[in-house]
Design a protein around this ligand. Structure first.
Ligand code: F3S
Length: 394
């Protein structure tokens, strides 16, 4: 049965503004494909696919053309990371041509009214949805955090569908927008203590590969910080397509599941996952901030680097808003005095890292480890932050 449309939605389909009409047409098609019965209004959107590295010249032309066709967001819309720090691209070593094309993308987004926050952790940068609020976010770790930790409702949107939702202020009501689809599918017994963000990332990386797009329910995790939950969700979204998970007592409510597959995660799997993600100790760049760092994470790095000097490059990636907090706390100066860089707007995955001369990367993010160029070619070292810093201090 075709999706039901309100009068306002019918009007959007007939709009004189081409971008509005095309957006609504796309969403109606998607709603029909996924069997949605109606649309739901959204509180915010997250536009992804905005790095020049990811979308190239066709993407630049599409976004500029869409802006010219009257695309204008109807709800608060945050931009995912771009291919460079908008202000420090030269220091990163990004080419003039890349920067020029990236700036065209930024211009088109601004014209549409998108908040050029360039972060995958909008929830740390002023866009915190409420529990049960319907949203249309696109970046997989942000989607996981929004659904699981905050209890908001979003499917993992693609770049075009998130932009269409932003322009029309609505999305087809299917998938994780419906309560009946938000139930656990696997039980994961964790019987190894998890201490660092990397420990949580290793658990997520292992779980994601097994449950794929399932909704795991973890038991045995006594406590976790927001940053640890962020790492867990990002890893599962990277190695699988997990968009919702539960950590008994710590994340959004769900009853422990009955009659589902039960998985065991103990010390042996924990160690083997580190080995799975890490294939070298000889690296020339350390990257933290996948997902984008919180001010606490930056503080941890700064505390360790106080008065030290690094013998290899370090990027700490974050949002502009968190970076300005880190600046005020003196963390940025401490890290940069030691030889690192605190970058905003970008990350090692969407920046043109291959062109910057780096061949091997160290990270505490299972998501970054899985996406880095050369993963599988002995070029990534996965470990916790302090261990990686220890190895890099002169
Ligand atoms: Fe964010 Fe880039 Fe990682 S977008 S989740 S820092 S790959």
């Amino acid at each position: 049965m075709p999706i039901d449309l309100t009068t306002e939605e019918e009007q959007l389909l007939e709009s004189d503004v081409p971008a509005e009409r095309k957006s609504m047409e796309l969403l109606v098609r998607l709603g029909d494909i996924f069997g949605a019965e109606e649309f739901v209004e959204i509180g915010s959107a997250q536009a992804s696919g905005i790095s020049y590295k990811s979308i190239g010249d066709p993407g630049v032309e599409f976004l500029e053309g869409f802006a010219e066709e009257g695309a204008e967001v109807d709800v608060e819309t945050f931009a995912n990371p771009a291919g460079m720090d908008i202000n420090r691209w030269e220091e990163m070593g990004v080419s003039e041509e890349f920067a020029r094309q990236q700036r065209r993308i930024v211009g088109a987004l601004r014209e549409m009214g998108v908040t050029v926050s360039f972060t995958c952790t909008p929830y740390l940068a002023g866009n915190l949805p409420g529990p049960n609020e319907h949203i249309a976010w696109a970046e997989s770790s942000a989607v996981s955090f929004a659904n699981s930790v905050i209890g908001a409702r979003t499917n993992r949107e693609g770049g075009p569908s998130a932009l269409a939702a932003a322009i029309t202020g609505r999305t087809p009501k299917h998938g994780l927008h419906l309560a009946e689809n938000r139930q656990p599918t696997h039980l994961v017994n964790v019987d190894v203590p998890l201490e660092t963000q990397a420990d949580f990332a290793a658990l997520g990386s292992w779980t994601g590969r097994i449950v794929e797009d399932g909704k795991p329910y973890f038991v045995g995790i006594e406590s976790a910080t927001t940053d640890q939950l962020k790492s867990l969700g990002a890893a599962m979204a990277a190695t699988g397509a997990v968009a919702l998970h539960f950590v008994g007592g710590l994340t959004t409510d769900a009853d422990p599941p009955d009659n589902v597959e039960t998985l065991q995660f103990g010390s042996e799997k924990h160690e083997s996952e580190y080995a799975e993600l890490s294939s070298t100790e000889d690296t020339d760049l350390i990257v933290f901030g996948c997902p984008h760092s919180s001010v606490d994470e930056i503080g941890t790095v700064a505390d360790r680097l106080e008065g030290e000097s690094l013998e290899r490059d370090l990027w700490v990636c974050t949002s502009r808003s968190v970076k300005s907090q880190a600046d005020r706390m003196g963390y940025t100066d401490t890290i940069e005095d030691a030889g690192g860089m605190v970058l905003s707007d970008t990350c090692n995955v969407v920046a043109p890292i291959e062109e910057l001369g780096y061949e091997s990367t160290a990270t505490d993010s299972a998501k970054a480890a899985s996406y880095l160029p050369g993963f599988g070619d002995q070029l990534v070292h996965f470990d916790d932050k302090l261990s990686l810093l220890e190895e890099a201090i002169e």
